[in-house]
Design a protein around this ligand. Structure first.
Ligand code: FAD
Length: 391
């Protein structure tokens, strides 16, 4: 009889309360049944499986930490567990969800007026309204804090936006996109709720990505887009407010990295238990066991880290540098785990059907989005030394 394959070596899942554990297992079963069978096909086609939106609606996990607007009002730990369970099967689906539930809804929830929350959040929670988050630009990636070139000019009760946004997830089909632009009068970054179909808005799909191929990333062009003052996020007054949203979602990316590593590890371990060479399972060889234990060590260190990260978040004590440290560590370690997973599977490790090659590719995007290793390291470096070394 084969030993059980379980990437939760320290039984952290057992520490959850009964409700949280039940939801974790429900999301896991959903991902196994509904997502796993279709995901390689869509990844290869680089298309989004729209049929999953209705299925996600039934799970009722969107905006899981928010209070009101039909949201479940559960813990940040639960949100992290959900991100991990999604990415354990597919990091693209986890990213779609993070953009909707974290970046887009989170901007409205944290920075919108009461009227804006009433208008958008119930529909977004139900996934009837799909959101996106437009911060990065073709020429401004890491330097968004001070360097945005997309402009907003106020004219009475209207704002006129001009500029481009690159890499924007869900942008090709989103109903509303949070656009971050610099107010030319006070030079501060402000957030705008851009409605689908606004004249002057256009979006092109970014083709030929080698990672997260299911996520539809867009290149947005804004040419004299008119946006009403009532669609400006009323509590977004500077980039500091944008950063509040990113702090929350970076914690989520750390959890996604854990899920990606966990999926790759579990699939690789299962493979080594059954694949035979020289008359025995390859798992019986010392050099293979060395890789497996290295993967599990990294995975276990990451998991214990993100559990504590979410506890900090639930205690209201999460700082930018806490989220950045976990984002850097987990996405870096995940690259190591997925590449060892591929290695122990030999040639089959590069075939999509063996469910590790996709993880290797996707880990590259997790590593770079929501702040690269360097940028998140500089956020931690600034916190522990007092010196800002960005420029
Ligand atoms: P650059 O800023 O050009 O950086 C290139 C290299 O230089 C990196 O290694 C970087 O770390 C390094 N570097 C830059 N500055 C410094 C410095 N001061 N010190 C040392 N090294 C430095 N953005 C959105 O707004 N919304 C989205 O939905 C979204 N989704 C994405 C999805 C995917 C799949 C990807 C790949 C990106 C997405 N992004 C999104 C953009 C993402 O956040 C940026 O790619 C990321 O912030 C890095 O910016 P960049 O790619 O322009 O790299």
């Amino acid at each position: 009889e084969l030993p059980p394959v379980n990437g939760d070596f320290y039984d952290l899942g057992e520490k959850l309360n009964a409700d949280d554990r039940a939801l974790q297992l429900k999301v896991r079963a959903f991902m196994e049944k509904e997502i796993k069978p279709i995901v390689n096909e869509y990844w290869l086609k680089a298309e989004f499986p729209f049929e999953i939106i209705a299925k996600f609606r039934e799970l009722n996990i969107c905006g899981v930490t928010y209070d009101g607007y039909g949201c479940p009002n559960r813990s940040y730990l639960m949100e992290g567990i959900i991100a991990m369970e999604m990415a354990r099967i597919d990091a693209s689906v986890a990213t779609f969800f993070d953009v909707q539930s974290g970046l887009a809804m989170g901007s409205v929830y944290q920075l919108g007026s009461a009227a804006q929350k009433d208008e958008w959040l119930p529909g977004m929670q139900q996934l009837n309204i799909i959101g996106a988050f437009g911060l990065t630009e073709p020429e401004v990636g890491s330097a968004t804090a001070g360097g945005l070139t997309t402009t907003a000019k106020r004219n009475g009760d209207t704002w006129i936006l001009n500029g481009q946004k690159k890499w924007i997830g869900n942008a090709t089909f989103a109903d509303v996109i949070v656009i971050w632009a610099k107010d030319v009068d006070d030079n501060q970054v402000k957030g705008f709720l851009l409605r689908k179909g606004t004249p002057g808005f256009s979006v092109e799909k970014i083709h030929d990505k080698m990672a997260l191929r299911i996520v539809q990333n867009g290149l947005i062009t804004l040419t004299d887009c008119h946006i009403a003052e009532s669609d400006r996020l009323q509590h977004a007054n500077s980039f500091k407010d944008t950063a509040r949203v990113l702090r929350m979602t970076r914690a989520g990316v750390a959890w996604e990295a854990v899920g990606c590593a966990r999926g790759a590890y579990e699939n690789a371990l299962a493979y080594t238990l059954t694949r035979k060479q020289f008359g025995k399972p390859i798992a019986a060889f010392q050099l293979i066991q060395g890789h497996l234990v290295e993967m599990l060590s990294n995975l276990t260190a990451m998991q214990t880290m993100v559990y504590r990260l979410s506890e900090l978040q639930d205690e209201g004590a999460l700082k930018d540098e806490h989220a950045s440290l976990a984002k850097v560590f987990c996405t870096l370690r995940t690259r190591d785990v997925v590449s060892r997973a591929r290695e122990v599977m030999g040639g089959n490790g590069i075939l999509l059907e063996y469910n590790v090659a996709r993880f290797v590719a996707d880990a590259e995007a997790l590593y770079s989005y929501e702040g690269t290793k360097e940028i998140n390291s500089l956020i931690v470096g600034r916190a522990i030394t007092g010196f800002s070394a960005f420029v």
